[in-house]
Design a protein around this ligand. Structure first.
Ligand SMILES: [Zn+2]
Length: 475
């Protein structure tokens, strides 16, 4: 979960702190009647790399094509700017890399595109500004494969796009489009072996396109247009069955404030992870702000029955999960009457105003285990957006149980309803996944928290879960 409506950027540019064998930096400038343009580029390449580049300067203009291939640790960054605009692009790899880039720019406008593909740990980003408008793109994979084509064009206005396919243990995509103080961000992340595809086009503070995880489209242009024309965001936070356990995914679209495109650095350092620490939590930026408790519904239908689940037992499991969160705060967060069983409430409709738990068959999402889809927006109370509703879906492709003695989440893949509900309700209330934090963050390895990933049933909260919910709702 990277998205943050209040303005934390997703355009993580890349650490340049690693020792490199060959450092090259070049700058060009050209002036003409329409103004002047400048181009600077930096390469940190190891012995595995081959670089070919040609640059042509004209009166007030520059054009360039570049190709790089390598198998080691390599980094390239470029920036070009004129009188009213700027464009940047960067790629970093630790593994096999093929990259090609082309740019053409004058004093008043410019365009740059880069195609980056490879295997290993690879990240590519691009950004552009024009006056008060900005766009940026990032795509990143750890231990995997990626192919991303990103372009930026900037002049009187700025637009950007990315078309990215990645498969690996960790994947991140994100695009931001801002104009002055308003804008939009779309992000996707996966943890645990999986695949993500993103086609995103950014301009005029809006984004269109789609993001899919393991072949399922979780955010499409219709969602993005609803988010773009209303004051709310949509966030899907899910669990996935990954090769060696349970992974996560998140896909988000939201408004951002205009400074969101600020770059931040990712550093690579050894890190000692916390163990059941009260510091181990992270928040999403939304919260149940209403005085009335949140009413949860369970859609008791044939999907639930064909799982062999008893609707009363499931009702009890989800009610217990809700009560577990409720018990550690002074607020009465969930309706005391428990989950309401209602076969007519729709599953996974984020726009109907009801918070519904339901079982669904996700034929195209073989690895999706469960996910929450939360709609949130104004009013903002003490800095937190208001949850408007939050649906939780459980995939009927998997076996579920409410009987702790039958649950074998890791080996037998019989998943405990109460464990998964406890995690997903944490998202509903405003806590984020720990496992999607950067690997340098000591909270990421604190597996005592329900908001981390887990391989075994866990019906209780960790110290960080408790501290996080008390931060949001008081103790
Ligand atoms: Zn989660």
């Amino acid at each position: 979960m990277i998205m943050n409506k209040s303005g934390v950027g997703v355009c993580l540019l890349l650490a340049a702190l690693l020792p490199m064998a060959h450092a090259i930096s070049v700058s060009y400038g050209s002036s003409g009647y329409s103004g002047s343009v400048s181009l600077s580029e930096a390469y940190q390449l190891d012995d595995s790399a081959a670089l070919a580049e040609s640059t042509a300067l004209s009166s007030g203009g520059v054009s360039q094509s570049t190709s790089i291939s390598g198998t080691g640790l390599n980094l390239v960054s470029k920036s070009v700017s004129g009188s009213t605009y700027g464009i940047e692009a960067a790629a970093q790899s630790y593994g096999a890399l093929d990259m090609s880039a082309a740019l053409s720019a004058s004093g008043t406008s410019g365009g740059m595109s880069q195609s980056v593909s490879g295997a290993g740990n690879i990240a590519a980003s691009s950004a552009g500004t024009s006056g008060a408008d900005a766009v940026c793109n990032i795509a990143q994979v750890e231990n995997g494969l990626i192919s991303t084509t990103q372009s930026i064009s900037s002049g009187g206005s700025v637009s950007g796009s990315q078309s990215t396919t990645l498969e690996g243990e960790v994947g991140v995509v994100g695009s931001i489009s801002t104009s002055g103080d308003s804008g939009m961000v779309v992000t996707g992340d996966i943890i645990g072996e999986g695949r993500m595809d993103a086609d995103l086009r950014s301009s005029d503070a809006s984004i269109t396109g789609q993001v899919s995880v393991d072949g399922t489209v979780w955010m499409n242009s219709q969602d993005m247009s609803i988010v773009g024309s209303n004051d709310f965001g949509i966030a899907v936070e899910g669990l996935r069955v990954a090769g060696d356990g349970i992974g996560t995914f998140g896909v988000n679209a939201a408004h951002v404030s205009g400074d969101a495109a600020k770059k931040s650095n990712v550093k690579t350092n050894a890190v000692v992870y916390y163990q059941n620490s009260p510091i181990s939590y992270t928040t999403t930026g939304w919260r149940w702000n209403r005085a009335n408790p949140l009413v949860l519904y369970l859609r008791a239908d044939k999907n639930l029955a064909s799982e062999g689940l008893n609707s009363n037992s499931v009702r009890t499991a989800i009610t217990n999960a809700a009560d577990t969160w409720d018990a550690v705060t002074t607020r009465n967060l969930f309706y005391d009457g428990g989950v309401i069983v209602d076969p007519r409430k729709n599953a996974d409709n984020p726009y109907d105003g009801y918070s519904v738990h339901a079982w669904k068959y996700l034929s195209l999402a073989p690895s999706a285990l469960a996910y929450s889809r939360t709609r949130y927006g104004y009013p903002k109370v003490n800095g937190y957006y208001t949850v408007l509703e939050s649906d939780v879906s459980y995939n009927t492709r998997y076996s579920w149980t409410t009987d702790l003695s039958r649950a074998q989440m890791y080996n037998g893949r019989i998943f405990d309803v109460q464990t998964v509900a406890l995690h997903e309700l944490g998202h509903t209330l405003g806590l984020g996944d720990l496992y999607t934090l950067p690997s340098t963050d000591p909270r990421r390895g604190d597996y005592s928290q329900i908001m981390n990933s887990y391989n075994d049933p866990q019906r209780t909260l960790g110290n960080g879960d408790i501290a996080g919910i008390r931060k949001l709702y008081g103790s």
